[in-house]
Design a binder for this molecule. Structure first.
Ligand code: 0X9
Ligand code: ZN
Length: 427
């Protein structure tokens, strides 16, 4: 009896890990952690949190906006953190992180266990890829299979390799690859390892475009869509196997216990100026210099080589439901084409809302969130002159999205992507 129970437990844990990617080992280190949702309508509290984000290696900011933040805090830091919030008059709600994550386990257990699970299987396969969080190799297989199925319209390539040697894989989609100077719509995702929903939205875009080429003939006329769904494959894999909330790449330095560079602080625009840190243990460590990381260098090489053709750059992150345009490094600097950027992003937000009413906020990340330099958006716009450059923060309360919600996020985001791409041919 006992053995049966044990077997059932192992079986259900394996299923859980397969379907949600949440497993004991990638959450181990979060025992006793709290997730704090902090409400701060005063400038002092906001500035305190901004300083903590760059200076403290102990706190992990999941979201930091002008009036609300979400922070993961270790048990030892909790008393100090709470005392400081109290003196700053900031309200907060604390919830054990494990409890937060177990909500997702439940989604799965009730969704698919026992006989129901078996019954669901064929349907799951038919619904396919967009009902779970795929690993690196599964993503690459999906991409190469798409290219193999549509050889005339889709090319699968590698832009280079990550620190640990994984491919930074890309898909180029176009109707007429013989036209050499097609305008390019560039879209990338998963710069931050833990943002699991992001590559799925980009792969969904690839899949939809290729399966409905005729319907998108006008949008794709003379436009090449270039997709890099997994900019940070090492960080992404590490968030499955070791640490669910890993953000940076996996650069290791001899003799140092901390690892990783924040790729979105490593681009050569005002590098390490604001919202970035030179402390290797920080979540926003900017690296030893601009483009010091192989992942950043691979992206920058592609963008620089194609800079005259690229009219749109989209960097997909999670979470918060925001559409950001440059500049993100300083709230005192206004992009010369700010009105155009704002109206294109607003149109995309309106298209997204049509699916199920999801409301995005549009603005600069320096205005809505915090000032942070070395991001792809500022580099694409400011250094390369790419006229439309945006960062998308997808919906979520957390980096874990319920598996049943994946398809809806993919569908609504798809409407926004198409709207952005539509503007490429207007340039
Ligand atoms: O801080 C970031 O890198 C992005 N937010 S996230 O929570 N996904 O980490 C926002 C980047 C916005 N762009 C710039 N600051 N340039
Ligand atoms: Zn991110």
């Amino acid at each position: 009896m006992c053995r049966v129970k044990m077997w059932l437990k192992v079986f259900s844990m394996t299923l859980l890990a397969l379907c949600t990617g949440v497993n004991a080992s990638n959450l181990d280190r979060y025992e006793g952690y709290n997730k704090y949702t902090v409400f701060h309508d005063n400038e002092d509290a906001f500035n305190y949190l901004v300083d903590l984000q760059t200076e403290s290696a102990e706190l992990d900011f999941w979201l930091l906006t002008r009036n609300m933040s979400v922070v993961a805090v270790s048990p030892t830091e909790q008393p100090i953190f709470e005392a400081r919030l109290n003196t700053l008059n900031a309200q907060y709600v604390a919830k054990p992180l494990m409890e937060e994550m177990s909500a997702f386990n439940e989604t799965f257990t009730t969704d698919c266990l026992g006989s129901e699970c078996e019954l669901n299987r064929p349907r799951r396969q038919a619904r396919g890829f967009f009902s779970h969080f795929p690993r690196y190799s599964e993503i690459l297989n999906f991409m190469s299979a798409l290219a193999a199925r549509h050889p005339q319209y889709c090319r699968y390539e590698s832009l280079g390799r990550s620190f640990e040697g994984r491919h930074i894989a890309a898909l180029s989609i176009s109707l007429n690859s013989r036209v050499r100077d097609r305008r390019v719509a560039y879209i990338q995702a998963a710069t931050h390892g833990r943002e699991w929903i992001t590559p799925l939205t980009v792969l969904y875009l690839a899949n939809e475009l290729l399966n409905n080429l005729r319907a998108f003939q006008r949008v794709l006329q003379d436009v090449e869509v270039f997709l890099v769904p997994l900019v940070n494959p090492d960080g992404y894999e590490y968030s499955f196997t070791k640490d669910r909330f890993w953000r940076k790449n996996r650069h290791r330095y001899p003799g140092r216990s901390c690892a990783g560079v924040d790729i979105n602080r490593n681009f050569p625009n005002n590098w390490n100026y604001n919202g970035a840190s030179q402390n290797l243990c920080s979540e926003v460590y900017s690296g030893t210099g601009p483009t010091s990381e192989s992942e950043t260098a691979a992206i920058a090489r592609y963008l620089e080589y194609n800079r005259n053709r690229i009219k749109l750059s989209l960097d997909v992150h999670s979470f918060g439901k925001f559409l950001f345009y440059p500049y993100g490094y300083s709230k005192n600097v206004v992009a010369p084409t700010r009105n155009l950027l704002h109206s294109v992003a607003q149109r995309a937000a309106n298209q997204i809302a049509k699916y199920r009413g999801t409301q995005y906020s549009v603005g600069t990340s320096a205005g809505i969130l915090y000032e942070a330099s070395g991001g792809l958006d500022d580099y694409a716009y400011g250094n390369l002159g790419i006229p439309m450059s945006f960062t998308v923060e997808l919906p979520g309360e957390n980096f874990q999205v319920a598996t049943s919600d994946i398809i809806h996020i993919c569908k609504e985001t798809f409407a926004g992507f198409v709207e952005f791409i539509r503007h490429v041919s207007l340039y």
